[in-house]
Design a protein around this ligand. Structure first.
Ligand code: ASP
Ligand code: MG
Length: 438
């Protein structure tokens, strides 16, 4: 018997038929003898619709009220799914984030989990119930409802799995798992059978939309094995784990996941996949005095407005090292306020021009094998040059190389690099069942 946390995304519970299908899967898992905790997202596009409704009323919705509103989407799902499971003859009880003991800080709209006291959940499953928890929400020290940021139900699920010491956290979505690239762009993308948490973290941090970044961080920190799979099929999905799965899960997991990942190292490809990101913008500050403290001051101003910087590149002309150009990328939603803040400090910073380019795309090639294999960048740049695609910025980590291109070149870039690294499947195997990737 295992303790399994199952998380169902919005497209898996989009209507009554989908809800019934999920209820059946939950019941099947329970009847197979496992303890089951379910985390649900809001049905279909509910969260977007709630946001639109609020926006039609005001463009200054108080953040506290916004969180109460958005948390309602997940509450509808949890109550309906609980009814559907009870209808199939298995006792289930629904809990809000607060009732499930998910304590957060009070940053409305992007709250961080600060404590987990899932006593009622533990008691419910001990009593043979299925516990159904509303995703994406918690409660602050002031007893206010908070939400964890878009896509946050993944984090609810992994945090619960960690706190309850679950054997596995299953993330149900509308695709069959993690792919070597987004199948919507690369139809020949292959499903990954297994991938390390470290690589998944890089994927999620660099645009792959399959998992909430903080969920992967939690999974890694607490060693929770994740299984990302489709709720629309019985197919095996992708196992995300740095250690072999619990032997109790035999029959529930593929032999590949039970095997020691070290054993398969020989077969490991150098790169695991390609992530892409269209949501970043680029700002260049030209001719800023190249003196100690200049960059510190510049980025202190950027930090003050709460912008989350990704890449930073500084250029100092060899012939005139007295001034520098500093380029950085940031989420598109942060660009306007950053430009305004920098403009307001123009004199103090002493720069010449602020250049802004929203039409950029980022491709990231990710693979733990890069550590020990030379020539990866040469192959990447070669593939892009053959496709006639110009590289704007480059950044690397131990297991990732990212390049920025023109936005309109991004899809072609991803396709070219996918082929160059031998990732193409001979036959298309990616099936997209829903539409949202959630
Ligand atoms: N319903 C929320 C959203 O759409 C949370 C989630 O689905 O994970 O972002
Ligand atoms: Mg999601």
């Amino acid at each position: 018997m295992a303790l399994i946390v199952q998380k169902y995304g919005g497209s898996s519970v989009s209507d009554v038929a989908a809800m019934k299908r999920v209820a059946q899967r939950v019941v099947d898992t329970h009847r197979a003898g496992h303890k089951v905790v379910v985390v649900v997202s809001a049905m279909g596009d509910t969260t977007d619709e709630l946001l639109d409704t609020a926006a039609a009323l005001t463009d200054q919705a108080p953040v506290r009220e916004m969180d109460i509103l958005l948390s309602a989407g997940e509450r509808i799902s949890m109550a309906l799914l609980s009814m559907a499971v009870n209808e199939l003859g298995v006792p289930a009880t629904a809990y809000t984030g607060a009732q499930a003991g998910i304590r957060t800080d009070s940053h409305h709209g992007r709250a961080q989990i600060v404590g987990m006291v899932p006593e009622r959940i533990a008691r419910a499953i001990h009593d043979g119930q299925v516990a159904i928890v509303a995703g994406f929400q918690g409660i602050s020290d002031d007893d206010d409802v908070t939400t964890l940021g878009r896509g946050g139900s993944d984090t609810t699920a992994v945090a619960l799995a960690a706190a309850l010491n679950a054997d596995v956290c299953e993330i149900y979505t509308d695709v069959d798992g993690l792919f070597t690239a987004d199948p919507r762009i690369v139809p020949t993308a292959k499903r990954l059978r297994t991938i390390s948490q470290e690589e998944t973290l890089e994927m999620a941090a660099h645009g792959a939309k399959i998992l909430h970044l903080r969920a992967v961080e939690f999974a890694r920190r607490y060693g929770v094995p994740l299984h990302v799979r489709s709720s629309f099929s019985e197919k095996e999905g992708t196992w995300i784990s740095d250690s072999p799965a619990h032997p109790d899960l035999k029959g529930l997991v593929p032999d590949a996941a039970l095997a020691d990942p070290q054993e398969n190292l020989m077969e490991q490809p150098i790169v695991s996949g390609i992530a892409h990101d269209r949501s970043q913008d680029k700002i260049t500050v030209t001719n800023i005095p190249n003196t100690p403290g200049c960059a510190a001051r510049l980025f202190a101003i950027v930090a003050e407005v709460g912008a989350n910087i990704d890449m930073i590149v500084q250029n100092v002309p060899v012939l005139d090292p007295s001034h520098a150009n500093i380029t950085f990328t940031l989420p598109e939603g942060d660009a306007q306020k950053t430009l305004e803040a920098l403009e307001a400090h123009r004199e103090e910073l002493g720069f010449n021009e602020l250049r802004y380019n929203p039409n950029i795309g980022k491709l990231s090639l990710i693979g733990a094998g890069m550590r020990t294999n030379p020539g990866v960048s040469a192959r990447l740049f070669g593939a892009l040059s053959q496709a006639g695609i110009n590289i704007d910025l480059i950044s690397t980590s131990e297991i990732r190389i990212s390049v920025v291109t023109k936005l309109e070149d991004l899809d072609r870039a991803v396709q070219a690099v996918h082929t160059a690294f031998g990732l193409d499947a001979t036959e298309s195997e990616a099936v997209v069942y829903g539409g949202t990737g959630r």
